[in-house]
Ligand binder design. Structure first.
Ligand code: NAP
Length: 482
């Protein structure tokens, strides 16, 4: 299949926090790949901005090092050199007045203007305000804001209000990189591009849905932040919630930003409150040289969860009675993110009880290898009678799509290109974020009121035993991820 990279309009992209971890690991190497693919045109420019004093040459060196460390291993030095010419740097303190005139002088008329706020959320308001007072933002400029978007409903509302003083909703791109994954979009293609699935996509045929986002790493150097957040705020309120929405939403009338986001919002608003005994929280134990959670965050009395499993329901016609099980955690057995849509058994087995129990399952895997498989039941080949076996049917069709299927953009690079195109479909709207907090807030407040202490779990396991029991009580089990 021929490459179908469509160049985006030439742009001026300012990355506030351009020297930080996220910029070096994801944003800049991602832009480099889009440049190599011809999607970022050579007229475009990228300006890093942070407090550190540095000239353009210093920033280019920093980016060259970032590409070497985090970019494609086979990067062509000529491509790197060409990309670096598109970079500049301005020293700016988000809370100060210096540097803004320099930034303004570098912005060019007639180019798409985008500002990526890759800094602590406490600085978002300062940046939004100074972009305006210094007359740098224009009526069609875009801002990209990173997570976390608030830490509860009240702070999210305040942040939305602050940003909306200076930017319209259609200028604000709240990023959730899970939505930029190829497979997440493929999920929508599979659901809404085929006649096959949609008639079965409801409580009548689907037994339950499980969403797992497991990480093998601990809190690492982010202990200070993580301990004020925990798995519920850091993962469930945003990433898992977004995945749940895409699985559960009604078909939008068209694939356009507000039509899709309206449907997602309806799902969040239809979520039932979670009962306390339908939630399991955990904190990982030490393993080898690796400290336990409380030592890692340097808070021996911490009650923050590094693992959570919960069961919830969506109160609407489509999903009444179908449980959604969500789990996420750190220091787990494998780095796996997947959604499993588990169908009901056939109403009657013509093969008798000895054929065992079989269920179709549609597995949408986000990592490590993105792809979609469908577990189907077939006859075990060979003699020996009618023995049934479940086999995965690969729906990724990498071979059919050719080498292009391997060369899909990383989530961040895809999303940045969407910002330049002005397409908000894969970004969270303000009301969605607020609705998600409105669902999570009472859960967190309940733990705080009860002084709930998370259960410990072995590092390298799949969480506390109670998480297994959450499923077993319902006669179900978590998929075995490895
Ligand atoms: P980081 O490594 O601490 O980098 C922060 C950046 O902001 C640096 O470039 C820093 O440079 C700059 N900065 C700090 N204070 C500033 C100020 N007053 N004015 C202007 N620039 C300032 O943080 P990060 O990990 O890159 O995270 C950035 C944002 O992305 C955060 O909102 C974070 O929650 C979010 N995020 C990060 C990740 C990740 O994997 N790292 C993942 C998801 C979301 P100077 O100190 O020189 O100013």
């Amino acid at each position: 299949m021929a490459s179908r990279v469509i160049p985006v309009d030439p742009f001026d992209l300012v990355i506030f926090g351009g020297t930080g971890d996220l910029a070096r690991r994801k944003i800049l190497p991602g832009l480099f790949r889009r440049f190599c693919q011809g999607q970022m045109t050579p007229e475009s420019q990228i300006i890093g901005a942070a407090r550190a004093e540095m000239d353009d040459a210093g920033f280019r060196q920093l980016v060259a090092d970032a590409i070497t460390e985090f970019g494609p291993k086979d990067a062509n030095p000529k491509d790197i050199a060409a990309f670096l010419t598109r970079l500049g740097y301005v020293a700016i303190d988000a809370k100060g007045d210096g540097g803004w005139a320099d930034l303004k002088s570098r912005m060019r008329d007639g180019y798409v203007r985008a500002f990526y706020f890759s800094v602590a959320p406490a600085l978002f308001g300062d940046l939004a305000q100074r972009l305006h007072t210094n007359d740098i933002a224009q009526t069609d400029s875009r801002i990209v804001v990173e997570k976390p978007f608030g830490k509860d409903l009240q702070t999210a509302r305040a942040l939305n209000a602050t940003l909306s003083e200076h930017f319209r909703e259609d200028q604000i791109y709240r990023i959730d990189h899970y939505l930029g994954k190829e497979t997440v979009q493929n999920l929508m293609a599979v659901r809404f591009g085929n006649m096959l699935f949609e008639p079965l996509w409801n409580a009548q045929y689907i037994d339950h849905i499980q969403i797992t986002v497991a990480e093998t790493v601990g809190v690492g150097g982010r202990g200070g932040y993580y301990d004020t957040s925990g798995a519920m705020r850091d993962m469930v309120q945003n990433h898992l919630m977004q995945l749940l929405c895409l699985i559960a939403m009604e078909p939008p009338a068209k694939f356009d930003p507000d039509a899709v986001r309206d449907e997602k919002l309806k799902v969040i608003r239809a979520l039932d409150p979670v009962l306390p005994h339908h939630i399991v929280r955990g904190q990982y134990e030490a393993i080898g040289e690796q400290p336990d959670y409380r030592s890692a965050v340097e808070n021996p009395r911490s009650r923050t969860e590094s693992f959570i499993a919960l069961k919830t329901h969506i109160s609407n016609w489509r999903w009444a009675g179908t449980p959604f099980y969500l789990r996420t955690g750190k220091r787990m057995r494998s780095r796996t993110s997947e959604i499993a849509v588990v169908f009901k058994e056939t109403p009657h087995s013509i093969f008798g009880p000895e054929a065992g129990s079989h269920r179709n399952a549609l597995i949408i895997r986000l990592q490590p290898d993105e792809g979609i498989t469908m577990d189907v039941t077939i006859k075990e080949p060979g003699p020996g009678g009618m023995r049934l076996v479940d086999v995965p049917l690969d729906m990724t069709f990498a071979e059919a799509l050719g080498p292009d299927a391997q060369d899909v953009p990383d989530a961040y690079e895809r999303l940045i290109m969407d910002v330049i195109r002005g397409n908000q479909t894969l970004f969270m709207r303000g009301d969605e974020v607020e609705a998600a907090w409105a669902w999570t807030d009472p859960i967190i407040q309940g733990w705080e009121a009860r002084h709930d202490v998370p259960k410990t779990y072995e590092s390298g396991s799949m969480g506390p035993d109670d998480a297994l029991a959450l499923m077993h009580r319902d006669g179900r089990k978590w998929r075995d991820v490895r």
